[in-house]
Design a protein around this ligand. Structure first.
Ligand code: 5GP
Length: 188
């Protein structure tokens, strides 16, 4: 079986983070790549677990050193995937990335044979708005910007390999696991 780079994308608040945690608990062969970001940690987020929280200056120097497989700016902050970690881990494991649409398409362009793009979609826009309101970690303005981004992200679904609707976490987790198993068995 081959190792694959599984990219999970989807609008903010759709449950990607929870799904990735469930997938990691379920499949011991999967390793998560922790991204670097210049945004401030949210409550409960730990450095090196949710993200590596670094300064804009450090981010810029890592760009200059070609340290990111891909990177992008969202809502005024930078986010990037550490290249060496992904390349090293892929020799022994499948790697999971939780990144946005632009980053996902860049990863696919850079590693077309290894990359499997999975879009997690909400059952409805109303449900997503409710989830973001409950999370309450952003200001109204930030939340509005994230909601505008939702439509854009979902419009990119045709460019993905798979779209899964997160109507139920356990069901969605099982669907993603079966996609990963199938992709690992593919001969490319
Ligand atoms: P948040 O601030 O809500 O954690 O993330 C904001 C957006 O950045 C999300 O769409 C998330 O998927 C994306 N993101 C997180 N890490 C990366 C990364 O390494 N690269 C790119 N391109 N996007 C990322």
């Amino acid at each position: 079986m081959r190792n694959v780079l599984v990219v999970i994308s989807g609008p903010s608040g759709v449950g990607k983070g929870t799904l990735v945690d469930l997938l990691l608990q379920e499949d011991a062969g999967l390793v998560k790549s922790v991204s670097c970001t210049t945004r401030a940690p949210r409550e409960g987020e730990r450095d090196g677990v949710s993200y590596y929280f670094i300064t804009p200056q450090e981010f810029r120097s890592r760009i200059a050193e070609n340290d990111f497989l891909e990177y992008d700016e969202h809502f005024g902050n930078f986010y990037g995937t550490p290249r060496s970690f992904v390349e090293r881990q892929l020799r022994a494991h499948s790697v999971i990335l939780e990144i946005d649409v632009v980053g996902a398409l860049n990863a696919k362009r850079l590693m077309p044979r290894d990359t499997v793009l999975i879009m997690v979609a909400p059952p409805s826009q109303e449900e997503l708005e409710a989830r973001l309101a409950v999370r309450g970690s952003e200001s109204d303005e930030e939340r509005a910007a994230r909601l505008r981004r939702v439509k854009y992200e979902l419009d990119q679904a045709p460019l993905y390999d798979y779209v899964v609707v997160n109507d139920d976490l356990q069901r969605t987790k099982a669907e993603i696991l079966s996609i990963i198993r199938k992709e690992k068995e593919k001969i490319v």
